[in-house]
Design a binder for this molecule. Structure first.
Ligand SMILES: *[C@@H]1O[C@H](CO)[C@@H](O)[C@H](O)[C@H]1NC(C)=O
Ligand SMILES: *[C@@H]1O[C@H](CO)[C@@H](O)[C@H](O)[C@H]1NC(C)=O
Length: 552
């Protein structure tokens, strides 16, 4: 089948050696970094593997990015070069002026391509064919503490940041998946339809094949209608998910469909308690391993015994060795609550609070290495939590613990939200709206939509003089933002409430959401997926959305 490929390790090794030798020959050296913009394919792994052999760090770029967001990511880690697939050439052309200082390497990602699209780029495939040297390069004195990859995350605030993934971190993460889920390299085959630029697909799933030899079937792009057919065809026994995938699979399932796949285990992040059992029953899954952990964080957990809805387990007696704890916080802003003495308090059983992970740079599992930008690293560290002088990684997530020590995810605080499996940084969207409208005030936040995971983006735009052209706004946002970041709802307001901090204003707006019965002034719009235009949000459309008859 054309869209999936079985990763063949020795071919991959030769490929990566050629790539390493080529980049070495043109002067790349340890500590340099190269951005990689390519769809899922075996060569994706070969490219970063090759770069790592000469100590060069690959920055894995989200393939949905366009325009300013793409430029931002390319510069967020100091990349000397950019490797991109030919299918991205139009997107690269649009930013050519901004990235003129960066060396371009075009990778022909389709056999029918004769000529390069980009006149300035070097033909990477051709260079690799010319470079017959498959002898491994002399490995640079790489150590486990050296950086291997940059994987972008939004953290909880600010623009996307390049999180540093060290070799040790990569090994730990894929090792955790391999051992905790009891994978067997002789009998198991893992199905991976998650993007390789995210940590679940690119670190956990890809790592079990690279480091532990479990075959992985790599899909170009997730497809709900092909998912189980692929699993059947390739004899997969395990699949990796994000919560959104589980929902799409359930939505695409018809009762008369015959399923003959052999998948008995799934592992991933974000499967909601409401659909957990239904997912198991519908698809005949025996074991679900739900895990929790930010790409860059130190508060990882896995729910290894299938407790419905839990993201992990911290044994009551093991608390002093395990990193993550839940502390009391302001539920609206996620700010930790400090006692008179200045410290924080742990939550009781059943009391939701902020999950934080104790930082201990000497222990791999508790280390927080941070981002390529050290200023951004500081904003994620909380100090003086339980004792004077301690330091914790702030996950920005609200969790709650039960009496047995299982933890459950509640909400994400801060200025980012998740939609369609991707993180959206509200400040990035706000900047683009303000720039487009020319007004100062636009507030972007996420709102819950029944039956959807994550939060849909909503923008409150201040328009005292009725100048906003909603049609142009849709076009403008579409050209500047990846589709998942374009606000699904727009609310036009005459002014923003003046009281309270910026965060509290957001909370107020967020509580009203897109509820036409609470906001009756006719100022609400919804983005129609079909024609990418904003339409007035009527109470009929509102009901369709809430009842799941209209998908966003
Ligand atoms: C799947 O397993 C069957 C039966 O063992 C085998 O005949 C088939 O070739 C396998 N498919 C693949 C793609 O390996
Ligand atoms: C705002 O628009 C100007 C002019 O079009 C552009 O130079 C600038 O980069 C834009 N800023 C953002 C944040 O998009």
């Amino acid at each position: 089948m054309e869209n999936s490929s079985l990763v063949a390790v020795s071919l991959l090794d030769n490929f990566s050696n050629r790539l390493a030798n080529y980049f070495k020959s043109i002067g790349y050296k340890k500590g340099d970094s190269v951005a990689l913009l390519l769809e899922n394919r075996p060569e994706y792994l070969g490219i970063w593997l090759g770069l790592s052999k000469i100590g060069v760090i690959a920055a894995l770029i989200n393939t949905n990015l366009v325009s300013d967001s793409l430029v931002h990511s390319i510069f967020a880690s100091k990349n000397k070069g950019l490797i991109f697939g030919s299918s991205f050439s139009e997107i690269i052309r649009q930013i050519s002026e901004e990235i003129r200082t960066i060396n371009l390497y075009e990778f022909k990602d389709d056999d029918n391509i004769q000529k390069l699209y980009n006149a300035r780029a070097i033909d990477l495939k051709q260079k690799l064919q010319e470079s017959l040297c498959i002898v491994p390069p002399e490995l640079s004195e790489t150590e486990t503490q050296d950086s291997l990859l940059y994987i972008y995350t939004s953290g909880t605030t600010g623009l996307p940041k390049a999180a540093i993934i060290r070799h040790s971190r990569y090994m730990l993460a894929s090792g955790a998946l391999f051992y905790l889920t009891g994978l067997n390299r002789e009998t198991d085959i893992l199905y991976n339809a998650l993007p390789l630029y995210h940590s679940a697909g690119g670190m956990l799933a890809a790592g079990v094949s690279l480091l532990f030899g479990t075959p992985v079937v790599l899909k170009r792009k997730f497809s709900a209608s092909n998912f189980w057919m692929d699993c059947e065809k390739y004899n997969c026994t395990v699949a990796i998910y994000i919560g959104e995938i589980c929902r799409y699979l359930l939505a695409a399932h018809k009762p008369d469909m015959k399923l003959n796949h052999k998948v008995k285990k799934v592992c991933g992040n974000g499967l909601k308690p409401q659909i957990w059992q239904q997912f198991k029953n519908t698809f005949g899954i025996e074991e679900i391993y739900e895990f929790y952990g930010a790409t860059e964080g130190n508060a990882q957990m896995v729910n290894i015994d299938g407790r419905v809805g839990a993201v992990g387990f911290v044994p009551v007696l093991g608390r002093w060795i395990m990193g993550p704890i839940i502390i009391q916080c302001d539920e609206n802003t996620g700010e930790p609550i400090r006692t008179k003495g200045g410290l924080c308090k742990r939550c009781k059983v059943g009391e939701p609070g902020l999950l934080v992970g104790k930082i201990n740079q000497k222990q791999l599992i508790k280390a927080f290495v941070g981002y390529a930008d050290s200023q951004a690293t500081k904003t994620k560290i909380l100090q003086n939590i339980l004792v004077e002088g301690d330091a914790y990684f702030n996950t920005g997530d609200i969790l709650v613990e039960d009496e047995l020590g299982y933890l459950y995810f509640r909400d994400r605080t801060g200025d980012t939200f998740r939609w369609k499996g991707e993180n959206v940084a509200t400040c990035e969207v706000e900047a683009i709206i303000s720039n487009f409208t020319g007004y100062n005030d636009a507030i972007v936040y996420g709102v819950e939509v029944p039956g959807s995971d994550g939060k849909a983006g909503m923008a409150a735009i201040v328009d005292p003089e009725d100048k906003l052209n909603i049609k142009e706004l849709a076009q403008g946002l579409k050209s500047k933002l990846p589709s998942y970041a374009v606000p699904v709802f727009v609310r036009v307001v005459k002014s923003v409430p003046l009281t309270g901090t910026f965060k509290l204003k957001k909370v107020g707006l967020q509580k009203e959401g897109f509820n036409v019965h609470k906001i009756e002034d006719g100022s609400l719009y919804v983005l129609y997926a079909k024609n990418s235009e904003y339409q007035p949000l009527t109470s009929n459309i509102y009901s369709d959305i809430v009842n799941g008859e209209m998908r966003l």
